[in-house]
Design a protein around this ligand. Sequence first.
Ligand SMILES: NC(=O)c1ccc[n+]([C@@H]2O[C@H](COP(=O)([O-])OP(=O)(O)OC[C@H]3O[C@@H](n4cnc5c(N)ncnc54)[C@H](OP(=O)(O)O)[C@@H]3O)[C@@H](O)[C@H]2O)c1
Length: 394
Amino acid sequence: MNHRIAILGSTGSIGCSALQVIEHLGEPYRATGLGAHSRLEQLVQQVRRHRPTAVVVTGEDADEAALRQIADCGAELYRGSQGMCRLVERDDVDVVLAAVVGAAGLPAVLATVKAGKRLALANKESLVVAGSLVIPEARRSGAEIIPVDSEHSAIFQALQCGRRDQVQRVILTASGGPFRNATAGQMHNATLQDALNHPTWRMGNKNTIDSATLFNKGLELIEACWLFDLPPEQIEIVIHPESVIHSMVEFVDGSVLAQLSPPDMRMPIQYAITYPSRLRGSTKRLNLAEPFQFRFQPPDVDRFPAVRIAYDVARRGGTLGAVMNAANEEAVAAFCGGKIAFGEISRAVELTIEAHRLQPSPTLDDLLEADRWAREAVAGLLAESKLRKFAHAP
Ligand SMILES: NC(=O)c1ccc[n+]([C@@H]2O[C@H](COP(=O)([O-])OP(=O)(O)OC[C@H]3O[C@@H](n4cnc5c(N)ncnc54)[C@H](OP(=O)(O)O)[C@@H]3O)[C@@H](O)[C@H]2O)c1
């Protein structure tokens, strides 16, 4: 039975889409667990509507009235990161949709695979930080990891058409984000509003900024290496502005298999929940009678250094994934807070990686320490004014 679902990050973009999918699917699919960090008003509404048996709130200064309202709905209330781990272990949770943003999602992801439950994975950062622990743990326990990222869902589906030793390469598509055609100067001085103006996807702020720097694609490259047991050399990133081909797999005979659908995250979320079944979807259908065009171009690594950085991190491994991810999270927060220019996000990550002493076979403690170290390193760069601030373009 794979029908009782815990959604961690239920108040976010993926979490809200997941609740729509569950409503669309109807019985026997149910959200038995919900988890949020700070948007408690929204969480209370979700609890009233979906009547989960368990709820976790991770934010420390949670509003007591909201917590009481959740408890009044009969849900067992858990708190903090440990609370997320306890919630995923419950007997009435079969599938965990990990839709928390950032490395904060890692403890619950690890707890899910340790418990041998299906992990519907949106929280790519947890694999970037600790794929070396999550994947072996899933193999040990038999936990299935079904990707929610549209690209990885496409690869997961295309890979079902051949054996792993028949795969020539994986082609990971990227929309190119809002700065696909911008000059380096325009990008350097981009405002938060410019960076959040994604042409094809509506996502949480962090993921949207990552799409603008292409760190999102870098994180996805590393995620794909872990999920599909591929070296980075076998994965090619291609810009496809229409975001209709979600990714492709080329087999050794030269045949290329792609998965296509209009961009809507409810499609891969539903597949991750219902796999191996395919149930009727609720999203817009591809209409090939309308005029359309598919374009492809390689990413410009000079304007988007994140791509080069991520390939290097994927090759060298060890603690570098944790460092790249944490430095990026801090640099994105600094950009969103108006402390650094958009163009400085990649530089902050690169400077932090350069200063890091790589540990090739890290334990969980080593990875958490590398994460902490990288966050401090970015704070140090900020304190020493080593990162340029936003300057209004003339
Ligand atoms: N959005 C997309 O289309 C998309 C596509 C593919 C993959 N993803 C991945 O899915 C994940 C979520 O993305 P999103 O766009 O849905 O993000 P989002 O809209 O920003 O939502 C993030 C969720 O995580 C919760 N959260 C934030 N900090 C937390 C913490 N410290 N501990 C526990 N929960 C925390 C938030 O709770 P509050 O809102 O209550 O604060 C919210 O529910 C990311 O890893 C992203 O890369 C997203």
